[in-house]
Design a protein around this ligand. Structure first.
Ligand code: CA
Length: 230
């Protein structure tokens, strides 16, 4: 049974999520605030569901610290529907979000998609390090380390997957649908905006010493490409 950490202060919602997820084979460990989340041992946890508004602060505040402990998929729950909040959630490193009130089947589908993405990540191999390079960017597919020049860049699992795909096919134009399908694992066109916000954050992270423009080019009306046309 896979363990999920649920950080939610509304007891009714927390109980409902725990019961429903248990029915489909997940074990839910519930805490009700940020302090509880940070105190939890994440070694057996495979995914975190993080509420936005909590008694001791906002969920996104602790995402970097959770990620330092362990690279896990994080799904934000938010009672607010404003796009600006969702974008803040992504900037803080959440992999997905769901606006309350949500349909339990949708929550389960999102969780399964996030876990699938995690499990299809390449397993560490015993072979020598595999390094992809593009100009000053290097990406090691074994250690999952990404550098701009000699600076290590911390990417979320989703950002890593996007960059890896683009670096494996430098110059190829990926449509947004292709990227959504292969990176986010959804077959649903409504995720274009989600993808754009992942790309925006990735650009910020990998262009820190680049004054000549973005490595990741927008191909107007189509999608994205790394570097110049193939
Ligand atoms: Ca709350």
């Amino acid at each position: 049974m896979k363990n999920i950490l649920l950080v939610e202060d509304e007891k009714g919602i927390a109980r409902m999520i725990a019961v429903q997820l248990n029915l489909v084979g997940f074990h839910v460990i519930t805490v009700s605030d940020l302090a509880g989340a940070l105190a939890t041992d994440l070694s057996d946890i495979e995914l975190i569901i993080l509420d936005w508004m909590l008694p001791d602060g906002c969920g996104p505040e602790i995402i970097p610290r959770l990620r330092q402990k362990k690279e896990l998929p994080i799904l934000m729950l938010t009672a607010r529907s404003e796009l600006v909040d969702k974008l803040t959630g992504f900037e803080a490193g959440a992999d997905d979000y769901l606006t309350k009130p949500f349909d339990m089947m949708e929550l389960i589908a999102r969780i399964k998609a996030l876990l699938r993405r995690q499990s299809t990540a390449p397993a560490p191999s015993a072979e020598s390090d595999r390094v992809l390079r593009f100009e000053t960017l290097t990406l090691n597919t074994d250690t999952r380390r990404v550098c701009v020049g000699d600076q290590t860049v911390n990417l979320t699992p989703t950002e890593f997957k996007i960059l890896k795909l683009l670096m494996e096919h430098t110059g190829k134009v990926f449509s947004r649908d292709e990227l959504i399908h292969s990176v986010l694992g959804y077959d649903y066109e409504g995720y274009g905006r989600t993808l754009d916000s992942h790309i925006a954050r990735l650009r910020n992270k990998i262009n820190c010493d680049d004054s000549t423009g973005h490595y990741i080019k927008t191909v107007f009306g189509v999608g994205y490409r790394l570097g110049d046309e193939a």
